[in-house]
Design a protein around this ligand. Sequence first.
Ligand code: SF4
Ligand code: MG
Length: 321
Amino acid sequence: VSAISRTYAMRSGMFGRAAAVHAVDGVSLRIARGQTLGLVGESGSGKSTTGRIVLGLEPPDSGEVRFDGKPMAAPGTTAWRAQRARVQMIFQDPLGALDRRLPVATQIREPLDIHGLGTPPMREERVRELLRAVELTPAHGARYPGALSGGQRQRIVLARALATKPDFLVCDEPVSALDVSIQAQVVNLLCDLQAQLSLTLLFISHDLRVVRQISNVVAVMYLGRIVEIGSADDLFARPEHPYTQALVSASPAPGRRSAGRIVLAGDPPNPAARPTGCAFHPRCPRAIARCASEVPALSAVGGDRQVACHLVTGAATRDAA
Ligand code: SF4
Ligand code: MG
């Protein structure tokens, strides 16, 4: 019907009340329809806050979130409810997301009841369809959350998130609580469903291995800012920002030997004590004097890559590297 691409853009600055913490500072992201943007970084980098702002669960104190080219509707309005049916989320802890006292099929049906989608028999059929989509059976649907494995529970949460046929899914560490052997299965399922349903995903994870598996575009966050963004394959093959280089060196591609792990000195990032200049400078193996005083801007360095580092300034730097 249309050749218009749907984009989700956001710009925001978050300030916690107590300590004026920049959880997220001037982050700008666009996700094209049907694409997965992987948002990576250590805990405290502002990834989850970014996800919550995108979902409308937290207001940005500056900037805005646009969905389908239009600003997100105000919470509580009819427009917001309609939008919420199209924007869904999955978090780390499937058990916390489910009600232990109800059979899981009932919980998958809940969004259909809330949004008044279909007749009761149609809803029952839709629940069976959703169970099949996440590779479970009606027998699983009859169980309570406590009688399912962690991986099965996350599949149930996924089925429920898909019930209203959303276009956009925010996944915040969706497999981090699962056994490593189960993680790949759930991520594969998510990849398959994304392709089948043309879902747009914002996939938040500290785990590069998982992000590599699912993302088209990757954004790396450090203390509330995007320090590098680019196509996933290219970014993993040729990380430019010293922080991304350290992350990638610690998580080599499967079957590939690490070229040597870059071990970062200093403390993990603390949003309440943000260093001056480039926030990464106390840990950066390549820091120069300027880094302690001047904040590097995120700038295009060739291709679709953007990097925020005083040492990475353009195509010439890339070719010389
Ligand atoms: Fe390192 Fe300086 Fe680049 Fe920051 S700006 S990443 S401290 S070299
Ligand atoms: Mg988090």
